[in-house]
Every structure is written in C-alpha cells, then in structure tokens.
Design a protein around this ligand. Structure first.
Ligand SMILES: Nc1ncnc2c1ncn2[C@@H]1O[C@H](COP(=O)(O)OP(=O)(O)O)[C@@H](O)[C@H]1O
Ligand SMILES: [Mg+2]
Ligand SMILES: [Zn+2]
Length: 280
C-alpha cells in the first residue's frame, strides 16, 4: 500500500479558550460540539483522513459541522489546536506540517497546495486582472519570466473555458460561475499536487454549478491532481468524490467509497442525508 499523499491524524480545532473539562474530547457530547463548561466550540474533533495521489475525497456534512475549519487549517489560514498532517512529497512525509516554521508553511502553500474558497473575494484580488491573479500565484512559487507567466495563464484560463480576452479584465465584473473558474485557474497555477475546494459551487445557479463541476472533473482527469472537495450538498459529492467522509459536530461519523455510502449508509445521520438526496 502506497503512503498517502496527505495524511491527517487527530486534528482538533477549538474556537475559544478551552478549559480542563474539554481538554478530553470524550467529555464533549456527540450531539453538540460546544463545551458545556467554558462554551468553546470544538470545530474539529480528532479528525483523521488519508488523501491518495490523484483521488477526489469528498467531505460532506451540514452547516457548522467543521468542514471549512478543517480545510482552512490544512491551508494554514487558521491555526489548529492540536494534530498532525504529513505530505509524502514533503520531507519524506516525516514532518508534521502544522509545526513547521512560517517560512516552510509558505513554501507548502505556494508549491504543494491550492485552495478554492466558497467566496471568490477570499481567493481572488478583485483589483487585479484574471491574468494578474494567476501571475501572483506563479510569482509566489518562483516563476518570474513574463512570457512564461502569460503562457501559463493562457493555458489555465483555456482549461477552465474562460475566453482569452477576459485575461486582462477584472474578475469583479464576472459572473459568479466565471469568478469560481478564475479562482480554480489561479489555485492550479503552480501545479500543486493537492487542491482544496470549499463549497465552490454553493450559491450558483444549477446550470452554472453543473458546468463548474464538469470542469473540476475534467481537470482532475487531465492533471491527476488530488482534491479534497467540501460540500454540504451530497449531490455535489456524488458527482465528484471517489471516497467520502461524513462530518457531524466536528467529528467524522462515517467514511468509505462514495457509492457504498450512497447505497448503504451506516450512520443514522448519513442515512438521513442520503434519504433527503434521493427524495427531493
Ligand atoms: N472564527 C470563528 N470563531 C468562532 N467559532 C467559529 C469560527 N469559525 C467557525 N466557527 C464555529 O465552528 C463550527 C464549525 O464551523 P465551520 O468549520 O465553518 O463549519 P462548516 O464549514 O461545516 O459549515 C461552527 O459551530 C462555527 O460556528
Ligand atoms: Mg463551510
Ligand atoms: Zn471547556
């Protein structure tokens, strides 16, 4: 068995001061992730996962289940409370990336990961052109040659089916679907082996959503990039993910092949999710 590209072990993420009561995760009710003593929220509780080269791992769960906290932690947007993550292509997979220096974390972000946010304003500089956004990411990862940058930007925008003249326009003026496609192009600019996508199609019209999901599948096939796709919508996960993790109140309550989870969900919460997907 190959070592996973990304291995996450027992990640905890707390919002709030914490106290001696909630230090032990077993003292936090599975029906809620708020500490009854200090009121801290445990957004992620002992979350572990493996992501293998070239696969799409889905994370599904209702709003507030800790999905964004998890991916934001992995991208170092947010500091975790405790836990380990290793990347097999980084220091032979022997270093916990969460405890690396700020400089090393920047290296990991710039070379090994891409992130696509639900809100395009978080992932794009709206005062830069689409091409400028891609250039920014390329420069961060060490590509300075203007011709090379322009060529790569053209290729990426073309991948995401964005008309070339749009390269010099501000994404602020684009439709929501097109903003997400520019955000994905930017996230892919440095050719990262790992791409994190947090509710990328949430809030888009269904037809626009279908187009973005199609493009995500296309780039995954062409670039063999490993992805973590986060969504509260099991329909999105069904379309994209090979394997799926179900989160509830900060915990992983079920995981397995997506088909298996859809056909034979084990946890009552997953059963409810699957039921509502199939009966709308
Ligand atoms: N900055 C924050 N401060 C305090 N609580 C937060 C913060 N961000 C998220 N939370 C809480 O953490 C829990 C998980 O949130 P989140 O990770 O955004 O869930 P999801 O992405 O699954 O909707 C929720 O209870 C949320 O209210
Ligand atoms: Mg979220
Ligand atoms: Zn507490």
């Amino acid at each position: 068995m190959n070592k996973p590209l990304l291995q996450v072990t027992n990640v905890n993420k707390r919002y709030g001061a914490g106290c001696s009561h909630c230090e032990d995760s077993k003292s936090i009710s599975v029906e809620d992730n708020r500490c009854t003593v200090c009121g801290s929220i445990w957004a992620c509780l002992d979350v572990s996962l493996d992501l293998h080269k070239g696969e799409i791992l889905g994370i599904v769960g209702e709003s507030g289940s800790g999905k964004s906290s998890l991916v934001k932690s992995l991208y170092f947007d947010d500091e975790i409370t405790s836990g380990i993550a290793t990347i097999s292509t980084y220091k032979q997979g022997e270093e916990n990336i969460f405890t690396e220096s700020a400089q090393q974390k920047r290296y990991i972000r710039n070379h090994l990961m891409g992130m696509v946010y639900q809100n395009p304003w978080l992932g794009l500089k709206m005062s830069f052109s689409s091409g400028g956004n891609i250039a920014e990411k390329l420069i961060a990862s060490g590509t300075y040659h203007v011709g090379a940058i322009r060529e790569r930007a053209t290729e990426l925008l073309d991948h995401m089916e964005i008309p070339l003249p749009r390269m010099d326009e501000l994404p602020r003026t684009f439709s929501g679907g097109m903003q997400q496609r520019v955000q994905i192009s930017k996230a892919l600019a440095n050719n990262p082996p790992i791409l994190l996508l947090d509710e990328v199609t949430t809030g888009l019209d269904l037809s626009v959503q279908a187009k973005v999901l199609d493009l995500i599948r296309k780039i995954q096939r062409e670039l063999h990039i490993a992805m973590i796709v986060v969504s509260h919508d099991l329909g999105v996960i069904r379309m994209l993910a090979d394997r799926t993790l179900v989160m509830r109140h900060g915990r992983v309550v079920e995981q397995g092949l997506t088909d298996q989870i859809l056909e034979d969900p084990q946890h009552p919460y997953t059963q409810q999710l699957v039921h509502s997907l199939l009966h709308v």
